[in-house]
Design a protein around this ligand. Structure first.
Ligand code: FE2
Length: 311
């Protein structure tokens, strides 16, 4: 039976919805070609009516490339037999603008703190919260086109510094107006402490795909500042960009069903989690697909000067 492909929404310039992928046909050359083309063009895909098993999640992931381990060794595994299948059990609780939420994560791209950016992830739900717990997706191609051209020109040549340490309690950017940690689990507290000594990464704010589109790829989660401008003025400029993104972004918020799996292009998209009332459990698992877009680097000791970007 052929797979069925349709746009995610008529109101969005990105995203697709696919039904009909199975463990058997995910190895089929023609099916792989079709879903890879949709992925390249639309940047994220919601696969519906999937067999809800680890084996199906792996089979789907491998249709897009080889799997790799999570960039942070602290993140627990969901399946010891599957390289890079990580378990996200959201037990940490934060007060976010007056609401007690668990599982809240601001806009980010995965492994921003590393030199190499993985190709993407395949996410599937294990325990779905009856309220909240939606995953947001924001397209860097849409954001590039939508933001103020003067601000866009300004960021064309700027690089952004990220640091794995700057998460949750250590956030520098994207912090809600009222935000405090109510309960941080020991593994997360240990990870925040451990990552303090890790090197920082540098990524261009804007990069160009082989297909020609420019991508605005800047996220508040784990951002340290603008390379060469870690000053109040530089921070204000970055905050101006985040405010402009918030005003112009067309996000898609996914409400999960047990048989959904979602893949996104980590070189192009930001994603986030809305959080859910802390009384409900929520658990997800993700595979990581190996890759790199080739524009990141680790900061050398004492040097945060802009590297510029050859587009
Ligand atoms: Fe993520």
């Amino acid at each position: 039976m052929p797979i069925k492909i349709e746009p995610l929404s008529n109101d969005l310039p990105f995203g697709a919805r696919i039904v009909g992928v199975t463990r058997e046909n995910s190895c089929d050359k023609e099916v792989r070609k079709q879903i890879s083309e949709v992925f390249a063009e639309r940047g994220m895909i919601v696969f519906e009516e999937m067999e809800p098993t680890n084996a199906m999640q792996v089979a789907l992931s491998e249709a897009f490339g080889e799997l790799e381990s999570h960039a942070l060794s602290d993140v627990p595994m969901a399946d010891e037999d599957v390289r890079g299948m990580t378990d996200f059990n959201y037990v940490d609780v934060f007060e976010v603008d007056g609401e007690e939420l668990s599982g809240w994560i601001p806009w980010h791209f995965d492994a921003c703190y590393a030199k190499e950016l993985n190709r993407g992830g395949v996410l599937r739900p294990i325990l779905i919260s009856p309220e909240g717990g939606r995953t947001g997706f924001a397209d860097g191609v849409q954001m590039y086109k939508a933001i103020n051209p003067d601000l866009r020109d300004c960021f064309e040549r700027l690089d952004i510094i990220y640091h794995s340490h700057l998460m949750f309690t250590e956030l520098r950017f994207g912090k809600p107006e009222s935000f405090r940690a109510i309960n941080i689990s020991k593994p997360i507290a240990d990870m925040i402490a451990r990552t303090k000594s890790e090197p920082r990464s540098v990524h261009p704010a804007i990069w160009q795909r082989e297909t020609g589109e420019k991508v605005l790829h800047v996220a508040p989660w784990q951002a340290a500042g603008i390379a060469g401008m870690e000053t109040p003025e530089g921070d204000a400029l970055l905050n101006e960009l985040f405010a402009e993104i918030e005003a112009k972004v067309l996000p898609y918020w996914h409400s999960w069903k047990p048989t959904d799996m979602v893949i996104w292009d980590n070189w192009r998209f930001l994603h986030s989690v809305s959080g859910n009332p802390a009384r409900f459990p929520r658990r997800m698992q993700r595979t990581t697909i190996k890759g790199d877009y080739g524009f990141g680097r680790l900061e050398t000791a004492g040097s945060a000067a802009p590297v510029g970007l050859s587009l």
